[in-house]
Write a protein that binds this ligand. Structure first.
Ligand SMILES: O=C(O)c1cc(=O)[nH]c(=O)n1[C@@H]1O[C@H](COP(=O)(O)O)[C@@H](O)[C@H]1O
Length: 275
């Protein structure tokens, strides 16, 4: 999906919501557990219920890989279902990959050739040659970790070098020589509040993938106030806050309500942008 297509979907549907498919067999409703593929059935119901309120889905690979071949098969079926039924939705594989160049090339082949997924989260800390193999694919996106939502983001990302530059700033500054706003986004946690201002000074045009609203307590209003651009420039993810809002037979309806609530707030924010 191109940047222009992504922007069009956002302004047409009046949403920049990404629903996180962090599907945990221990958390899905009991009544699905007797099915042949409960993880896929759960995902399908969530997708059908929320598709009109979002522009992206983000399955996190950890939740599938921990179940071995069954989990990977559920992941593959979910991706196939999305591509067949909702081809306009961006699919983000949240795998946080990155390794020496020839190994990164294998990860890129897996996600961009094999699964034909639109976007992949990538860790930047092994440097340029660990990231560039992912950038060789047309109309695919690398989403580089910049300033994450968790407490541990203070351990390294917020530390300063002798010139006063923070590590996340160095990541954003240097990586702009590798990719462009047409093929690279940055992860910035919704919990980072005013830090979005600093990010926008360095990356005024890049899309930001913003996890951390809902279960982690980040504020959508604050993210929009400091991070939104004329092109929106934001994809805001919520996983647990939507998919586990009910643990009962009504889980999909309740997920739809939660997604709709976020979509309405997003529509209000998008109305403030001159487009
Ligand atoms: O890369 C990510 O998506 C990510 C980065 C980050 O800084 N924080 C973060 O929570 N995530 C992911 O975003 C999702 C957040 O899930 P919830 O907290 O349940 O909405 C999980 O899949 C996390 O792995």
């Amino acid at each position: 999906m191109t940047r222009q297509q992504l922007i069009e979907h956002i302004f047409t549907k009046k949403t920049f919501l990404c629903v996180g498919l962090d599907t945990d067999i221990k958390k899905i409703p009991q009544h699905l557990l007797g099915n042949d593929d409960p993880i896929f059935d759960f995902n399908k119901a969530i997708i059908d219920a929320t598709a009109k309120y979002c522009i992206a889905y983000k399955p996190n690979l950890a939740f599938y890989e921990c179940m071995g071949t069954k989990g990977l098969s559920a992941f593959e079926r979910t991706v196939e279902y999305l591509k067949e039924t909702y081809p306009d939705h961006l699919i983000i594989a949240d795998a946080k990959r990155g390794d020496i160049g020839n190994t990164s090339a294998m990860y890129a082949r897996t996600f961009f050739d094999g699964y034909d997924i639109d976007a992949l989260t990538v860790a930047p800390y092994m440097g340029e040659d660990s990231v560039t193999p992912f950038l060789e694919y047309e109309n695919k996106w690398v989403i580089l970790l910049a300033l994450t939502s968790n407490k541990g983001s203070h351990d390294f990302q917020l530390t300063t070098d002798q010139d006063g530059e923070r590590l996340f700033e160095k990541v954003i500054r240097k990586s702009q020589a590798w990719g462009t706003p047409d093929n690279m986004m940055y992860v910035v946690g919704a919990t980072q509040g005013k830090m979005f201002q600093d990010i926008r000074m360095l990356a005024p045009d890049h899309f930001l993938l913003v996890p951390g609203v809902g279960a982690q307590g980040g504020s959508l209003q604050e993210v929009c106030k400091y991070g939104m651009t004329d092109d929106c420039g934001l994809i805001v993810n919520s996983s647990r806050g939507i998919i586990y809002a009910s643990g009962d037979t009504d889980f999909a309806q309740v997920a739809a309500i939660k997604a709709m609530e976020l979509q309405r707030e997003m529509a209000t924010e998008l109305d403030k942008v001159n487009k």
